[in-house]
Design a protein around this ligand. Structure first.
Ligand code: ZN
Length: 109
C-alpha cells in the first residue's frame, strides 16, 4: 500500500511513499539533499556519475545517502551501485521472488 503525501522539504510536490512512516521527499529535494561535498577523493570519484542517473534511480540515491550517513559502503553496496550505473540505472537489481497468482492466460494481440 502506497500513500501520497506532500514533500516535507518543498511542501509542493506530491510524493508516493511505500508506507505511512516514511518521510516523503520528492526527487528534486532529495537530489539537493544528496548534493553534498565528499571529502575522500576516491569516494568523490566513485559518486561522480551522471546526475541524470541519480534522478532516474532511487536505488542509486539510496546508496549515496547511505554513504553520506555512514561515511562508508559495504562491498555489496559498492558492487550493486557499479552494476546499476553500468546498466544505465535501470533500477534496483531484481531480488524479489514475486509469486504472482492468477497470471495464467496472457492476452496478446
Ligand atoms: Zn520537494
Amino acid at each position: 500500500m502506497a500513500y501520497q503525501q506532500r514533500c516535507v522539504s518543498c511542501k509542493k510536490t506530491m510524493v508516493l511513499v511505500p508506507s505511512r512512516w516514511q518521510k516523503p521527499l520528492c526527487t528534486k529535494c532529495e537530489m539537493g539533499d544528496l548534493d553534498q561535498e565528499i571529502e575522500d577523493p576516491a569516494w568523490k570519484k566513485f559518486f561522480a556519475i551522471d546526475p541524470a542517473l541519480y534522478e532516474k534511480s532511487s536505488f542509486l540515491r539510496s546508496i549515496k545517502r547511505s554513504y553520506l550517513n555512514r561515511g562508508m559502503l559495504t562491498d555489496k553496496q559498492r558492487e550493486m551501485f557499479l552494476k546499476v550505473v553500468a546498466e544505465g540505472a535501470q533500477g534496483p537489481p531484481p531480488r524479489k521472488r514475486a509469486a504472482k497468482a492468477g497470471d495464467g492466460t496472457g492476452a496478446a494481440g
